[in-house]
Design a binder for this molecule. Structure first.
Ligand SMILES: [Zn+2]
Length: 293
């Protein structure tokens, strides 16, 4: 327990020499927040075979966004979130898929996959022990036509398109959501958590970052591409138990990931939003130390 309070930065390598950059990087923190970037890696070691099927596009600048968000939160609170980065390029491993599609039978890719998910599990356990509950954000990048941040809660576009009354009455929607435990904890309806006041989409939009779902756009445009979330938030959110809820955060290229200024604006908006989201929804402040600037 006390070890977690130290400003330790662990970088654990898998299958590569100590002089090289580790495949998986885990920086433990003390905030009840876990930030992961499974697709931001650039390493393409020649001794690791390329994957033969599945998506292989890198989510450019997502590792940078996660590290900047961690630094911004530390500057504001004096505490850091847990950070987990896959430094391998997605042609080598896809940590946001089950192991068969992720590693395609290669032992080194499988070891990296396990290391990524063990780090996520360790971080979520530490969050639960220290604060009782928390949030896991899986940060990605998309290039869909509409440049909104797509927030994935494991609900389909069709479910989000239902009326708020119908959505709130559909108990299966709550049960399949990656923020399942947060519905009970917050005392709010599922629709309110998706696009009501103090939903993550509403807090980001108040800071000029357009999102879906959000008050201005509760559901994706019918037929448009939308990422509702995948393996990481299924495995590490509260759908199947626990008190850590999870959201997949898909950042568009245009307006968020494309320039250093846009990355800074998004990171500032997300940091401010999270400081408001925790007391509103988790019923506790994000940080236990008071050092907000
Ligand atoms: Zn991705």
């Amino acid at each position: 327990m006390h070890r977690l309070l130290l400003p330790l930065i662990l970088a654990i390598g898998t299958g590569n020499s100590p002089a090289e950059q580790p495949f998986i990087e885990y920086q433990p923190g003390t905030l009840p927040l876990v930030l992961a970037a499974p697709h931001g890696g650039t390493l393409k070691p020649v001794d690791l075979p390329n994957r033969n099927f599945g998506r292989v596009a890198q989510d450019t600048n997502t590792a940078e966004i996660v590290l900047a968000l961690a630094a911004t939160l530390e500057a504001k609170t004096g505490q850091r979130p847990h950070v987990i980065l896959c430094r391998l390029h997605r042609t080598k491993v896809d940590c946001n898929r089950e192991i068969k599609e992720a590693a395609q039978g290669d032992p080194a890719a499988e070891a990296a996959w396990h290391e990524f998910h063990d780090a996520c599990a360790t971080a979520c356990e530490a969050v639960t022990q220290l604060r009782g509950c928390g949030l896991f954000l899986d940060v990605h990048g998309h290039r869909h036509e509409e440049p909104r941040v797509e927030l994935g809660y494991l609900l389909t576009a069709n479910q989000l398109a239902m009326s708020n009354t119908a959505l709130d009455q559909e108990t299966t929607a709550i049960e399949q959501s990656s923020i399942r435990e947060l519905v009970a904890r917050s005392g709010r309806n599922l629709s309110a958590l998706m696009y009501g006041p103090n939903s993550l989409g509403s807090l980001l939009e108040a800071r000029s970052i357009l999102c879906v779902p959000s008050p201005t756009k509760p559901a994706p445009t019918p037929g448009a591409d939308y990422f509702s979330g995948a393996y990481d938030i299924q495995a590490h959110g509260s759908r199947d138990g626990g008190t850590v809820s999870a959201i997949q955060v898909e950042c568009p290229w245009k307006g968020v990931r494309d320039t250093a200024d846009n990355q800074r604006a998004f990171v500032a908006a997300m940091a401010e939003s999270l400081l408001q989201y925790f007391p509103a929804v988790f019923k506790m402040p994000l940080a236990t130390q008071k050092r907000q600037k």
